[in-house]
Write a protein that binds this ligand. Structure first.
Ligand code: PLP
Length: 485
């Protein structure tokens, strides 16, 4: 794969060229015990290059990455919004970055105060009683919440509640978390409007229902209008309502899961509250609960006693610790900074613009792409590449063609209940010019599908790596440089 402007670092290697200079040795040389298993028997076969060459190598590599700082990233369900750099400054303050989780509580009262403030702020944003910051990601929050629901039912001697209901549009982590928490995942269908089919919900609910897991707006970007009725159906059957908060960006300051009847809620701070997460880095998936569920929260609980913050370990019904220490602190600092810079009014505006941007884009793309659900959307929407497929251009081809325009493609083939799905989430931080340019690219691709399908089928044309065999890349990745000859 080597090419002119990007030679492989191993191919630049020249014997005895070094990228370092050390002062002359001023200590006696010693023989290493060669029978020690930790002493390598042969020198590593590393490239011998200069400091400048290695610098250029890594800089070139970094430029090949696509991130929200380099281009538009409308990956549905992932909320790839801009991550304000102010968050980074605050997270790097030595009072936050140089502390250790084993320090005595008296010496980290400021950090504990920040976490406490974040907990209570998230509780008021979601309408929940108490929030834990321990879980490290959304999926981890799901599992934590379901373990609490399990503990609740077991406490009531309700051992037959073995089923967790998830909509057919649900994110894959929902049924996966249910399974890992020891439940059986049961599907409830969506109706012709893309919402949970109430009749089907009544059919699957029963005295074996532990919980319904739902995101609202759902993964089609549509608000579940009958949420109060659904809450009643589940609660009457003795089940709990679990809220997957990945889509909170759509309703900040306008609606709260607590008011919709949810008992347990997880948030994705790395999505809604601007933690950088393109490379799968550290996340944060706080879980909020109603008062009734508080005893089951992971321990320790961060509490305020007088004007001191303390970690409370006296929680006999707690499901236990779900993460070493107290959650991904640095991401929590970033989320806190974001919330404080935006303020309540600012957060409302976030959702307003996120919803406006998505609707604007959806209505313009509707000219060329099939729109399976025609009502207004919230922060994201799903279109289908069905028409283009008839011309021999698949949704995967459209996604690959978008790379030629410098965009990260939308989420594709998800949710599963839409054929040839393209799920687009523009987010509130993008300008109208960016939205328009992306729309133009999508319209152009649709034209190409009609007039010159090969250009789409063979895309990408401008990237260094062309069309990959994605299955082989995932199953049998080649991760090492192998010297030819
Ligand atoms: C991202 C996402 C999750 C999982 O969150 P992670 O933080 O990636 O573990 C769950 N549900 C939905 C709808 C999501 O978009």
């Amino acid at each position: 794969m080597a090419n002119q402007d990007f030679p492989l670092i191993f191919e630049l290697s020249q014997e005895s060229r070094t990228g370092f200079s050390l002062p002359e040795m001023d200590v006696p040389e010693v023989e290493l015990p060669m029978d020690d298993v930790y002493v390598r028997k042969e020198a590593a076969d590393l490239p011998e290059v200069s400091e400048l060459q290695i610098m250029r190598h890594y800089t070139a590599l970094s430029k090949r990455n696509h991130g929200v700082d380099s281009g538009f990233y409308p990956l549905g369900s992932c909320t790839m919004k801009y991550n304000p750099k102010m968050n980074e400054d605050v997270a790097r303050l030595t009072g936050f970055s140089h502390i250790h989780p084993h320090q005595p509580e008296e010496s980290v009262q400021g950090a504990m105060g920040l976490l406490y403030d974040l907990q209570t702020t998230l509780a008021s944003i979601t309408g929940m009683h108490t929030v834990t910051l321990q879980p490290a990601a959304g999926a981890h929050g799901e599992w934590t919440g379901l373990m609490m629901i399990r503990a609740f039912h077991e406490e009531n001697g309700d051992y037959n509640r073995t089923k967790v209901i998830v909509p057919d549009s649900a994110h894959g982590t929902n049924p996966a978390s249910a399974t890992v928490a020891g439940f059986e995942a049961v599907t409830v269908k969506s109706d012709e409007h893309g919402l949970v089919d109430l009749e089907d919900l009544k059919r699957v609910v029963g005295d074996d229902t532990a919980a319904l897991m739902l995101t609202n707006p759902n993964t089609l970007g549509l608000f579940e209008e009958h949420i109060l009725e659904m809450a009643e159906i589940i609660h009457e059957a003795g089940g709990k309502l679990y809220y997957d908060g990945a889509n909170l960006n759509a309703i900040l300051g306008y609606a709260r899961p607590g008011d919709m009847g949810f008992d347990v809620v997880h948030l994705n701070l790395h999505k809604t509250f601007t933690g950088p997460h393109g490379g799968g880095g550290p996340g944060s998936g706080p879980v909020g609960v109603t008062e009734e569920m508080v005893p089951y929260l992971p321990k320790p609980l961060l509490a305020k006693k007088g004007d001191k913050f303390v970690f409370d370990y006296e929680c006999p019904k707690s499901i236990g610790r779900v993460k070493p220490y107290y959650g991904n602190f640095g991401i929590n600092v970033r989320a806190y900074t974001y919330i404080r810079t935006m303020g309540a009014e600012g957060l409302k505006k976030v959702s307003e613009y996120a919803v406006l941007n998505a609707n604007y884009m959806m209505r313009r793309l509707q000219e060329e792409y099939e729109l399976p659900f025609t009502q207004h959307c919230k922060h994201e929407f799903v279109i289908s590449g069905k028409r283009q497929k008839k011309l021999g251009v698949r949704t995967l081809d459209i996604a690959k063609r978008l790379l030629d325009f410098g965009y990260h493609p939308p989420t594709i083939y998800f949710p599963l209940n839409v054929e040839e799905a393209l799920m687009v989430e523009p987010t509130e931080t993008e300008s109208k010019e960016t939205l328009d340019a992306f729309i133009e690219a999508m319209l152009q691709i649709s034209n190409e599908a009609k007039e010159d399908p090969e250009i789409v089928q063979e895309a990408p044309h401008t990237t260094i790596v062309k069309r990959m065999d994605e299955t082989t890349a995932a199953r049998k990745p080649v991760l090492r440089y192998i010297k030819e000859g």
